[in-house]
Design a protein around this ligand. Sequence first.
Ligand code: KG4
Ligand code: ZN
Length: 357
Amino acid sequence: MTGTTSAIPRPLVMGVETSCDETSVAVLGGDNRILGHVILSQDKHKVFGGVVPELAARAHLQKIDAVAREALGQAGVSLQDIDVFGVTAGPGLIGALLVGVCWTKAAAFALRKPLIAVHHMEAHLFGASMDDPTAEPPFVGLLVSGGHTLLLYAEAWGRYRLLGQTRDDAAGEAFDKVAKLLGLAYPGGPEIERVAADGDPDRHRLPRPMLRGGQSPSDGDYFDFSFSGLKTAVVELVRRLGEEGVPNAERPHVAAAFQEAAVDVLASKTMRAVEETGCDRVLVGGGVSANRRLREELKTRLGPEGRLFHASPRLSLDNGAMVARTARFRFDLGQVAPPEATAAADLAFPGLTDRMS
Ligand code: KG4
Ligand code: ZN
């Protein structure tokens, strides 16, 4: 260790994220301060209107060394200074995950340092807590990304009770598919939000799947989501609006109506969880949590007594800092990955128990 790095609180944790189309590496100090952080978004998928898994894996492999070097440079430390290596081991695209896991495992093995396998969605919970020291459990957690939609109750870090999840498409996937239908670029979420700003959300009425009056917590779908039906309703609406696709003038209104329906369902189910648990502290994480309309609606429904925690836009999307933060939590519990650790596309959420148990 050099003279300057000796002043940095230990352990120094590196977080590596390659589960989808962001190659990202962060270095965190022992006080959880972000010392270096690089997020490289792959734009080669734009022309395909979605992430091409093999292209994503190859791009991670090409860029990961440079991204890690840049993050270390920002932190003013060398790879040898890192005390703990954390990596997203799942869920995600398996080829993409394997690049991060192999790279991080090699570094940890060569330097004889502990390796921590991180769950991507738990990392999104920690990501939403990093900008606010009061963002601590207990809270109702709403995780909304391109691959997952989960509603849970966090009693403590690492102790989560599942309340609801999507039965088909994830929230972000619905934003991406509707954007594609409207001829907007990938990723669709930010595009829908941008276009919807000029639209009237009440011009077209779209359904709120699995949201009905008279439902009770004992109903199977009380906390669950379904976004594929909403997408199909948009397909129908688009077909009614014109044979050749949506007229330009209608596009903002369709985008606004879809965003309103998605936000209404997400906020309503979250408020059901608030009521059920008696906890009016809500933490929202994952890419879709960058949506301002969603945050605004959650804040309004929570009222002045409730609290809403969310990440900055940079930490809402996939990033290495949230992986490093989660790795630090699991490292403190002594949960070091065994030498045979690998990636799993459907990795189980650690500490998440079913709503029935
Ligand atoms: O968490 P994330 O970066 O990656 C995954 O873990 O999947 O989430 C990506 C998703 C994409 O579906 C993207 O369209 C959506 O988050 N997203 C948004 C917004 N920004 C990103 N959805 C709605 N509004 C946004 N502003
Ligand atoms: Zn994510």
